[in-house]
Design a binder for this molecule. Structure first.
Ligand code: UDP
Length: 238
């Protein structure tokens, strides 16, 4: 705690649900614009920014398969949902005059760029915000794993996971008043205690590559920039 460090390149992971605002489904443009301003305030510092956005506000593969859909088909629908969210975020960032690229794990040339690692690195060096879409491109994965994968590939110094709560708790803070927040917690503790930061494959991939995960609240205005400067409350998974 209190340890501050300067970041040159980071990855911001948000769930699709973060874009819903008060709605129960889909995209809420003012909410997307608000998150874009959070990104802008960090971009202004010269930090190179990668983003991964989930798709749960539109479609989740597991839901589809629970309703009888073939799992891989449902997962591809989920991946397509992440592309829609990425395009919405691109539009909101461009409205703030920030250059962005949507880079998809599944090529769809008319809509966005295909993922080519060296090209993505070059975009970052030119301070373009890279929004990685379509997850890993594979069914049976999540966008948390995609975020960890891309953060490793892009050599980000950390993943910043923006959530509704300001860190990792020993139990659900929305249900238990005596829930305690960790300042720092190890990957193994997260896995053993099933702390629900990210799914197990994402945590394991971060652990094996010593990639810190910083969990913070996206609901605090200026939160992202503050957290990067080591201010406010958050949990570091290390
Ligand atoms: N998905 C997938 N492979 C990936 C990433 C995502 O199949 O590499 C699918 C999966 O069906 C998932 C959906 O896309 O349910 C949306 O992603 P996720 O659930 O991670 O979104 P979030 O919960 O972060 O909004």
């Amino acid at each position: 705690p209190g340890r501050s460090r300067t970041y040159d390149r980071v990855l911001l992971k948000i769930s699709g649900e973060a874009l819903m605002g008060d709605q129960s489904y889909g995209l809420n443009p003012p909410t997307v614009a608000r998150i874009a301003r959070e990104v802008q305030s960090v971009h202004e510092l010269g930090v190179e920014i990668c983003m991964v956005i989930g798709g749960g506000n539109i479609f989740r593969g597991l839901q589809g398969s629970a309703q009888g859909m073939e799992r891989t088909t449902a997962d591809y629908m989920g991946m397509l949902a992440t592309v829609m969210n990425a395009l919405a975020m691109q539009s909101a960032l461009e409205a703030l005059d920030i250059y962005t690229r949507v880079i998809s794990a599944i090529p769809m040339d008319q809509i966005c760029e295909p993922y080519i690692r060296r090209r993505a690195v070059r975009h970052l060096e030119k301070k373009r915000v890279c929004i990685f879409a379509a997850g890993t491109g594979n069914p049976y994965f999540t966008t948390d794993t995609a975020a960890t994968l891309r953060a490793n590939e892009m050599r980000c110094q950390a993943i910043f996971k923006g959530t509704k709560v300001d860190g990792v708790y020993d139990k659900d803070p929305t249900k238990f008043e005596d829930a305690k927040r960790y300042d720092r917690v190890t990957y193994d503790e997260v896995l053993q205690k099933n702390l629900g930061v990210m799914d197990a494959s994402a945590i394991a991939l971060a652990r094996d590559n010593r990639l810190p995960i910083v969990v913070f609240s996206l609901d605090e205005p200026g939160g992202f920039r503050g957290i990067l400067a080591g201010q406010g409350t958050y949990t570091t998974v290390h």
